[in-house]
Design a protein around this ligand. Structure first.
Ligand code: BES
Ligand code: MN
Ligand code: ZN
Length: 502
């Protein structure tokens, strides 16, 4: 089921019945005659064609003409068009239908441009409204026609279909992260994953508390100790169509089947992070800790698109799901946990819970010897302090793979910045009683968290994406909406599609 409200069509000509017409205008060059105004006149109205600027004019066809700026025409790439599309959708919020040439107004790859426009339109109109009485409060816009004349039509249609699949996944991840804690427990997100798996052609296996205990997953079991809601681990598997599992047919002959590049995603799924015994202060801002499962949501959303996008790589995902709550049975400071890979961890702060559950997920991922592992987690306030709300931090043990993550971030306009995995800081998490403790000091919090995770990767190529900054938006802006952003979903989809084994 689609998570967004827009129907997007692609047509060779303008839809004359549309209530509004969106016209792309560059900040240079001539103004299209259909607008009926000179650049001077538009500038007098305060419209210069800057990226994302809009101007609404009535026209004589009982429509609104909505001008949308795309900046300098030579620089109108997919990122620009995504931003312009979001602005156009916001300007069209009071009408039900829109017809626009935006998808064919940019430079470069037509498929990528149409995909970006579709993403911008959908992401700027989506709202988690399940708990709102008035479902149309945000935007009345229901249908958009992307005008793609002649030879451009096929590419725009293809790009738009990709854009819909991807944006719908982002909306799904946003919805999951915006859901209040009691509306989405670990058990419930696992059930949701099973349903999504059945609908989108990926295999979903759910592991309950007893199974996790039997598997020696001391991290997730430990974090869950304070909660009345049991934990869940969700494993999702995707193989491109036609690829066979192992070589069951010929037990005698060695398999000649080509081993596909294999990427594993691990997502932090803390359904609500109260801090546990190290209780967070009672600040209403912490309501956003319901979105501490944004990594797991991005991973699930990513997996839901792979079959439909025809991803050529093998991709497996682990969602590590539990809440982090204080109670008489909760994890205490000084407790020592034995993790899935046998390493022991002394607890010095129960609010550093994300790394404990990721540790088990990373260990399991490494056991299947994939070509690379990437984890995504709302892990440290330190990373949010360092880089702010517009970018994640990335660290890892393999520069070539980190480069692939950085490239995927750049290609999707989900910015990231590499921080050093400085091995000299490993002593900051030394414990006198166990193999390590779960926090460093006050310094370099994002790095010591990553050094902790590194202990569970068994040296497999690995990258860690800390999304504590960009997981949340305080305002509707560009293609972001207030609330959970689902940051990382488009990045991971791009990474899964373009992943290259070394
Ligand atoms: N989920 C939080 C990190 C977080 C903070 C995410 C703000 C998004 C926005 C994480 O579990 C946490 O509590 N981290 C602690 C670690 C500390 C105890 C070492 C932090 O950052 O304060
Ligand atoms: Mn925490
Ligand atoms: Zn957390």
């Amino acid at each position: 089921m689609k998570a967004n409200q827009l129907t997007i069509k692609v047509s060779k000509s303008n839809d004359s019945s549309a209530k509004s017409v969106g016209v792309a205008v560059a900040s240079n060059g001539t103004i299209a005659r259909e607008i009926g105004m000179s650049r001077e006149q538009l500038e007098a109205l305060g419209f210069e064609g800057k990226v994302g600027q809009t101007l609404i004019l009535p026209n004589n066809k009982k429509q609104l003409t909505i001008l949308v700026g795309i900046g300098e025409s030579a620089k109108a790439t997919a990122d620009v068009l995504r931003t312009a599309a979001a602005a156009l959708a916001r300007a069209s919020a009071k009408v039900v239908s829109l017809s626009t040439n935006l998808a064919v107004s940019g430079r470069g790859d037509r498929v990528a441009n149409a995909q970006a426009v579709t993403e911008g339109l959908i992401l700027a109109t989506h709202r988690y409204d399940a708990l709102k009485s008035d479902k149309n409060a945000t935007s009345k816009l229901e249908s958009v026609t992307l005008v793609a004349p002649g030879a451009t039509n096929a590419a725009v249609a293809r790009g738009s279909r990709r854009g819909e699949t991807i944006a719908d996944a982002v909306c799904l991840a946003r919805d999951l992260a915006n859901m209040p804690p009691a509306h989405l427990t670990a058990k419930m997100i696992a059930e949701r994953a099973q349903k999504i798996g059945a609908e989108t052609g990926v295999r979903v296996e759910v592991f309950n508390k007893d199974q996790l205990l039997a598997m020696g997953c001391g991290g997730i079991i430990g974090v869950n100790r304070g909660s009345v809601n049991p934990p869940r681990m969700v494993k999702i598997s995707y193989r491109p169509g036609g690829a066979r599992r192992g070589a069951k047919k010929s037990a005698t002959k060695k398999s000649t089947a080509v081993k596909l590049p294999h990427l594993i995603l691990v997502g932090k799924g803390v359904m609500y992070d109260s801090g546990g015994i190290s209780l967070k202060p009672s600040n209403p801002d912490h309501a956003m800790m319901k979105a501490d499962m944004s990594g797991a949501a991005a991973v699930l959303a990513t997996m839901s698109t792979l079959k439909s996008l025809g991803c050529k790589n093998q991709v497996t995902a682990y969602m590590m799901c539990t809440d982090n709550l204080p109670s008489g049975s909760a994890l205490a400071m000084g407790d020592v946990l034995t993790m899935r890979n046998g390493k022991t961890v002394e607890i010095h702060n129960t609010d550093a819970e994300g790394r404990l559950i990721l540790a088990d997920g990373l260990s399991l991922a490494a056991e299947s010897k994939p070509d690379a592992i990437v984890d995504i987690a709302t892990l440290t306030g330190a990373c949010a302090r360092a880089l702010g709300p517009q970018m994640s931090g990335v660290m890892g043990n393999d520069q070539k793979f980190i480069d692939q993550v950085v490239a995927a971030a750049a290609a999707t306009d989900e910015q990231t910045w590499q921080l050093p995995l400085e091995r000299k800081y490993r002593t900051m998490i030394d414990s006198y009683i166990a193999d390590m403790k779960n926090v460093g000091g006050t310094d370099a919090g994002a790095i010591t968290a990553a050094l902790f995770l590194d202990e569970f990767t068994a040296g497999r190529p690995w990258a860690h994406i800390d999304i504590a900054g960009p997981m949340w938006s305080d305002a509707d802006a560009g293609w972001l909406q207030r609330g959970a952003t689902a940051y990382g979903t488009r990045l991971l989809i791009n990474l899964a599609e373009n992943f290259k084994r070394r």
